[in-house]
Design a protein around this ligand. Structure first.
Ligand code: TXA
Ligand code: MG
Length: 332
């Protein structure tokens, strides 16, 4: 498949009604469309078309064992694709539409292409809250699979420009809906039998989920089916910028850029190649929204390393620290 033919060159359109209608037509033709969700930009394909899904894997450069999230408009649509137990329904009612993905047993009549779920007997489902994502789902009328719209291994895109940087020649159309408000991917919770497991910390904090469950979430990593990670995309080195990341830095070394957090900058901040603050007020919601854009901007300075100040672990801090740890992990 040649992905760099001129007709594949991306067009960025302001996400108005005409652009959304054009995007729905492109999806129906099996083309790829990038669109904003409240978390990050997604690279969308018709979930029911194996050909469109294959095109999507090729564009991402994603290992094909890594399954995709199917996005739907509401719980009723989700119930056609997966089996909901009481826990799953409670979570859906509490957090949908919003930044929570549920991994559930596939429904027998699930219309999503096998390739999208990578042969698993479960499916990841999400009802996004962003009005552009919702309008696109309504116009298209079928589920849309959408990984974050970055090449595999790169940080997730929170603006249309990030999508163009990473995938510009591989996507038919980019709907520009401005910067994404949450800024970090959805939390992923698997509901199996009577257990709910946090597979990926994300845009809904653990304690908010546990309040609905009225019990602690089980912790992730090992599956019922052997050694494969439950969320196969949670490879250690995932959100990797070119620069090395030095975490929990309290001072800046020569040649480093600084990713700051809070009102008090690390020692030597004035010598940093560049300083960007996730949140000068120390607000974790603001920090999540800024995380990926700031990582990209600091990486773009060409610095060899980025010193990252400590970020508290509570609330959205769990997801932020998870992404930072992956970005800092040694590369394969
Ligand atoms: O916020 C988000 O979730 C964004 C926006 C675009 O919706 N999407 C996103 O998709 O982050 P992606 O593909 O980058 O990450 C989805 C994660 C991967 O780690 C994948 O392995 C996991 O979900 N996943 C998908 N289906 C699964 C399944 N059946 N069981 C376990 N993990 C699954
Ligand atoms: Mg991703």
């Amino acid at each position: 498949m040649n992905l760099t033919t001129p007709e594949m060159n991306a067009r960025t359109l302001k996400a108005d009604a005409a652009a959304i209608a054009a995007a729905a037509r492109a999806l129906a033709q099996g083309d790829l469309v990038a669109f904003p969700t409240e978390t990050v930009y997604g690279l969308g394909a018709d979930a029911t078309s194996a050909t469109a899904v294959a095109k999507l894997y090729a564009a991402k450069g994603r290992p094909s064992f890594n399954p995709l999230i199917a996005h739907v408009l509401d719980l009723a649509a989700a119930e056609g694709l997966a089996q909901f137990n009481a826990l799953a329904r409670a979570l859906a009612q509490a957090f949908w539409p919003g930044p929570l993905t549920l991994v559930l047993p596939k429904a027998p009549a699930c219309a999503v292409a096998e390739l999208a779920t990578a042969g698993l007997d479960t499916i990841a489902l999400r009802v996004p809250a962003h009005h552009v994502a919702r309008d696109l789902l309504a116009a298209f009328g079928r589920p849309i699979v959408a990984p974050s719209a970055n090449r595999s291994g790169h940080v997730s895109p929170t603006t249309a420009a990030h999508v163009i940087d990473d995938l510009g020649d591989r996507v038919a159309l980019v709907l520009d809906g401005g910067p994404t408000p949450v800024g970090i991917e959805s939390a992923i919770v698997a509901c199996r039998d009577d257990a709910a497991t946090l597979l990926r910390p994300g845009g809904v904090a653990r304690d908010a989920i546990e309040q609905v469950l009225k019990r602690p979430l089980a912790s992730a990593t090992l599956t019922a089916r052997g050694d494969a990670p439950l969320a196969p995309g949670m490879l250690a080195s995932h959100y990797a910028p070119h620069a090395r990341l030095r975490l929990n830095a309290t001072s800046v070394n020569a040649g480093e850029a600084l990713l700051a957090f809070g009102p008090m900058l690390a020692e030597g901040a004035d010598t940093a190649a560049r300083v960007l603050n996730l949140s000068a007020q120390g607000d974790l919601v603001e920090a999540a929204a800024n995380l990926f854009a700031h990582l990209r901007a600091l990486d773009a300075t060409g610095c060899a390393a980025i010193a990252v100040m400590p970020v508290p672990a509570h609330g959205l801090g769990e997801a932020i620290n998870d992404r930072l740890a992956r970005a800092a992990a040694p590369r394969a």
